[in-house]
Design a protein around this ligand. Structure first.
Ligand code: ZN
Length: 166
């Protein structure tokens, strides 16, 4: 990291700006890569054969504690013999999902196929919820306000409430 900062001093002074420029550049190229989530596992945990990386990149919406939300991607590794698919923090086998023991020690929690939360953001949110400091809706409103997502128009549905089917 220190040699990277030596080569690109702007990384040390304005990380957010540099990240946004890089993210926006990769997005304009049609392949957002601000953050790439991929399992660190290199061999299959069942047969110990090398895993291969699938070509397809899957889009993921990230919720970062300091950078706000952005679009990026994840990669999948696979053992074709065992039909085990390795993802960032978990693997899938025969339609079931198994989390890695260290999944909560990673930087992000891949909560669905296309959503990733910064673990620090989840810890901060859960801590505030546990002490009853704020309700979840207030926390999300605060997050949206901090990153300027509150400026959009509020859509009010003035149509009559739909009748519920009995
Ligand atoms: Zn295998």
């Amino acid at each position: 990291m220190s040699s990277l900062v030596y080569l690109h001093p702007s990384l040390a002074t304005d990380y957010k700006k540099t990240f946004k420029e890089f993210h926006d550049f990769t997005l304009s190229c049609g392949s957002p890569m601000g953050t790439i989530l991929v399992s660190s596992r290199t061999i299959c945990h069942k047969c110990e054969r090398p895993l291969s990386v699938e070509q397809k990149k899957n889009m993921v919406v990230f919720y970062h504690i300091n950078l706000g939300s952005y679009v990026s991607c994840r990669l999948t590794k696979v053992c074709r013999k065992c039909k085990i698919y390795e993802h960032y923090g978990y693997w899938t086998e025969k339609g079931s999902r198994y989390f890695d023991k260290d999944s909560l020690e990673l930087k992000f929690l891949l909560s669905s196929e296309d959503t990733a939360f910064d673990i620090c953001l989840l810890r901060e949110c859960s801590s505030l919820l546990m002490v009853g400091a704020v309700p979840f809706s207030t926390y999300t409103a605060s997050y949206n306000r901090r990153f300027g997502y509150h400026k959009g128009k509020v859509i009010v549905d003035k149509s009559k409430p739909k009748r519920m089917k009995r």
